[in-house]
Design a binder for this molecule. Structure first.
Ligand code: ZN
Length: 502
């Protein structure tokens, strides 16, 4: 058995290395690659994903799974080896259904579509992007077909991001959220608006960068195993436990954008740096799911980074650095400003109270595209209709509407719901961490985060992808993904800020 297990791990490590090489090319594509490199980079990425796919879906891996299954059945079911075989078997059974031809076609199509999207967004011209998106949707429908029969055509795509979750389960969760979030936003809209004009200034870039670096260093980001660069769209990627990279971006008209982005991506990176070393170079050295990954970024960005306690500690320094704009702004004014609720056009800048509505809109459109009840040509109008229904806004152009997100250009469908689920999980973890660490808020007031990071390492990070998202959340918090803690949190926080409790 030991020989077979070693051979199994050797093959998986090769796949891991190929994926790491592809991730490095992808990182470069979004940070430093000259525009002219797009086409050949697309080819290189297609080659690497094809090689990884061939290696992973080989008959040898299949035979080893069959041989190892009865053997690991004797082990503790929670042991690394038992979980490794189980997780790889699940991925293997899915991947062998996907032909190599599709994998390389998809890699090539999405790489070209990504650059078409950048062009189209710059020109505010949806028609330029339309044929590329049509191709991506067509490829995704073909992909779902490989997993027929299914309950819903969207299930196979959702399952790629959230193993084990179904479209029906997510719709049930969102059906609880939607009316309550809409009601809360209406109550807030009836209150006097918060003044955040002092944030909407051209804060100098270097001090913003330095402040973000200082904050995530305090959070526990390990700079010997990571770095930060600039990119148009902030993201986190890693090539192993020892090299986890984040990017950030500056916005001329929002002085806290880079800091919040750095805290967000820093939260992703703390997770990637926190997998147990025993999981190195295996498929378990990864987040449990996209939603669980997003719960980590949201937790550090919102529950910590937009909390009163956090700013009690950091505001005096932040105010001194940006005194040109903040010299006469009190901590209370600042706290209210960074938590301002206001329906807006752009998802990534949305506040905690409106964010999930942006997600529900996208998931509904994705489902319609996949079902074929909505054509790509009609997508911009369908987008604008829902923006009016949910947020009361009409995008003035497609760059501020349907073309704002990178996901569809990369063929990512089934990804968006993970953001909202991540919000829900982040508060479930936050409530449990507070119950387990009674002085957590005081620690944050003192600028100390080791207690929180230690709790996350123990309950979430070290497990990597050993458990499916529902199982991990239940182990960590005692219940499955549940919208109620998030709704409680929103009511409580924004009730105080907007005086709704009185
Ligand atoms: Zn994120």
């Amino acid at each position: 058995m030991v020989d077979k297990l070693n051979r199994f791990k050797e093959l998986l490590a090769e796949v891991f290395d190929l994926n790491a090489a592809a991730a490095l090319l992808g990182w470069d594509e979004q940070t430093y690659m000259p525009k002219g490199g797009a086409e050949e980079r697309g080819e290189a990425l297609a080659t690497l994903s094809r090689l990884a796919h061939i290696r992973f879906t080989s008959d040898e891996v299949g035979a080893l799974i069959d041989d190892l299954k009865p053997m690991v059945a004797q082990l503790d079911p929670d042991s690394d080896d038992a979980r490794l075989v189980r997780v790889v078997e699940r991925q293997y059974r899915k991947l062998v259904k996907v032909p190599e031809r599709w994998v390389s076609e998809f890699a090539r199509a999405t790489s070209v579509a990504h650059h078409a999207w950048i062009e189209a967004r710059g020109r505010k011209d949806f028609k330029h992007f339309q044929p590329y998106l049509e191709k991506n949707v067509e490829l995704r429908r073909e992909y779902a077909g490989f997993f027929a029969p299914y309950q819903h055509v969207y299930d196979p795509l959702l399952d790629d991001h959230e193993p084990g979750l179904t479209t029906a389960e997510v719709q049930a969760i969102f059906d609880q959220l939607r009316p309550q979030q809409v009601a809360l936003i209406r109550e807030i809209a009836a209150r006097p608006p918060v003044d955040d004009s002092f944030l909407r200034k051209p804060y100098p870039e270097q001090p913003q960068w330095d402040f973000g670096v200082e904050v995530i260093t305090r959070f526990g980001f390990d700079w010997n195993r990571g770095r930060q660069d600039k990119s148009a769209h902030p993201f986190t990627t890693s090539f192993g436990l020892g090299d986890v990279r984040i990017t950030t971006r500056f916005e001329e008209h929002l002085g806290t954008a880079a800091l919040l982005s750095t805290m967000h991506e820093g939260g992703h990176a703390l997770y990637d740096q926190g997998y147990a070393p025993s999981l190195r170079r295996t498929p378990l050295a990864s987040g449990a799911s996209y939603a669980v990954h997003e719960s980590q970024s949201r937790l550090w960005e919102n529950l910590v980074g937009r909390s009163h306690e956090f700013w009690e500690h950091f505001y005096p320094r932040f105010q001194a650095i940006f005194s040109t704009y903040l010299g006469n702004v009190s901590l209370e004014q600042f706290y209210r400003a960074i938590n301002k609720v206001e329906p807006s056009l752009i998802r990534v800048n949305a506040d905690e109270a409106t964010y999930n509505l942006h997600i529900m809109l996208r998931m509904e459109l994705e489902i319609a595209l996949m079902e074929g009840s909505l054509s790509v040509a009609d997508l911009p109008e369908a987008w604008n209709e829902r923006m009016r229904d949910y947020l009361g806004l009409t995008p003035p152009d497609v760059a501020l509407g349907v073309l704002q997100d990178v996901h569809w250009s990369g063929g990512s469908i089934g990804y968006f719901p993970t953001y909202a689920l991540g919000n829900l999980i982040s508060v479930q973890l936050w409530e449990k961490a507070q119950a387990d660490i009674p002085d957590l808020r005081d620690q944050i007031r003192q600028g100390r985060f080791d207690g929180l990071l230690g709790w996350l390492r123990e309950n979430v990070h070290r497990h990597g992808a050993k458990f499916e998202p529902q199982e991990l959340v239940e182990r960590a918090t005692g219940s499955k993904i549940d919208p109620q803690p998030y709704l409680r949190y929103l009511r409580n926080k924004f009730g105080q800020i907007y005086g709704l409790l009185a």
